[in-house]
Design a protein around this ligand. Sequence first.
Ligand code: GLU
Length: 310
Amino acid sequence: MGGAHFTYVGRFAPSPTGALHAGSLVAALASWLDARAWNDGRGGRWLVRIEDLDSQRCVAGATERILRQLQDCHLQPDQPPVYQSQRTHLYQRALTQLVDAAMAYPCACSRKDIEAAIARQAGQRERHGELVYPGTCSAGLRGRPARAWRFRSAPAQGGAADPTRAGVTWRDRRLGLQQQDVADAVGDFVIRRSDAVFAYQLAVVVDDDAQQVSHVVRGEDLADNTPRQLLLQQALGMASPRYLHSPLVRAASGEKLSKQHGAVPVDTADPMAALNAAADVLGLGPQSGHVAQALHGWVQAWRHLYNPVV
Ligand code: GLU
């Protein structure tokens, strides 16, 4: 960036667990359009970040396929992509900062331990298939070996003891006012996993800050993570970007289209067909002609829908 400060930096941050499917192309197009619609005379910057920290889930060749699919659709990043697997020193530094501030603590609990503790408390529970951590290790490991590292969500929100606490509120540019009590909904969440992999929540926050991302545009399935990320930004002294969560593509079953649900790679050999389908999900009308021309038309339409200029 040559030291120049851009008022808009956006990004698309795919995990290379497979090629782009119809749903991930919607998120890519939405974030690209939002950057290109930025109207300050200089334009926005659009970056691609490959979220390849979880090597178990990464699929060989997926990154190259994703970059090729983006290129086929003329969604070109303004800088070469960055790879999270090459940036672990940044996540480690953030973890150290949180530990020094007593905002993170080591946790010795296995999933079984957490289940047992939850059963003893005769209640709490699970959310989106994830256990709400009952706080077992928040006061110390009591001689057990550390496995993961967790973030203290209650103090970050203003204290668990305060019954009037509203949790985290934020305004999504598409979904409107959102609210979540993170301590209640998620508990103290993992920022470094027991297999030593830094968790998505921490990595995404560190990278969005390091890359000076001003506007996050991503799929609505990730909206639920935003309050955790806002708390981490606050604890690390970082500015928070603005958020827009784009519509999801539903499978015939009504479920969100995902690689887990067998979504097929989007065929970008016909980029206009792929882009028209994605634009339709975003509520933008159809375009014909050349890809570049069509994208230009969608940028205009996007400005009317989401007016990114603030
Ligand atoms: N890597 C995440 C995913 O593919 C997206 C992260 C983000 O946009 O914040 O689901």
